[in-house]
Ligand binder design. Sequence first.
Ligand SMILES: *Cc1c(COP(=O)(O)O)cnc(C)c1O
Length: 246
Amino acid sequence: FSERGDQIAAVIVESCPANMGVVPPEPGFNAAIRRLTTEHGALMITDEVLTGFRCSPSGFWGLQQQAGEDFAPDIFTFGKVIGGGMPLAALGGRAEVMDLLAPTGPVYQAGTLSGNPLATVAGVKTLQLADAGVYQRLDARSEKWRSELVSALDAAGVTYRLQNAGNLFSVFLGVDSPVRNYDNAKSQNAEAYTAFFHAMLDAGVNLPPSCFEAWFLSDAHDDEAFEVFRAALPRAAQAAAQVISA
Ligand SMILES: *Cc1c(COP(=O)(O)O)cnc(C)c1O
């Protein structure tokens, strides 16, 4: 911004990066982007496609608000949860910016499936069903699943870093310091994760297939599912430990 501030139209950020594993921004990071963009007349676009309606009813932004970081981007983008399993995406923001979109404003926006009735109905219904109880259960479950994961990795002597954004989490194997950026994320032991993944799969647990993917729990992950997960962990943790020590 100090070099090209007047040429920058917008800054787009994942509210909480979660496509390289879960890498929550440092406190104040997003608020600083807000300050800079405001200062230079650029828009701030916050991508909550993955975190929206998942980390909290108001996404990762909501968690930041709860932590006392009071700022708002100009535009939010959504996908995934908002469609209730159907293909749907959405954006929203300040009226002044949204009013630039057609039919109110001059910026044309359209797509074959824009506002698709089936997807919007599924999305609305999902958001209606996602009441406070769902989020409480998800948060509590995530904590329980994470602590079981931690116990198994500790017992097998695996070094790891577990990071979360509310109920969203991921584990970096073979890393023992905070993962703050993509370089840190790439320093994890991907082969250890492959061994871990396959041991879990053999025991009936289908984890994210990549160590750069976040782990998602849903309201369907009940006690029975947890028992399958818990029972599968020790062998998988040992498989990871073997790769790391090899
Ligand atoms: C999945 C994802 C997208 C892509 O969303 P589409 O609706 O599939 O285009 C964009 N941003 C983030 C952070 C995502 O996780």
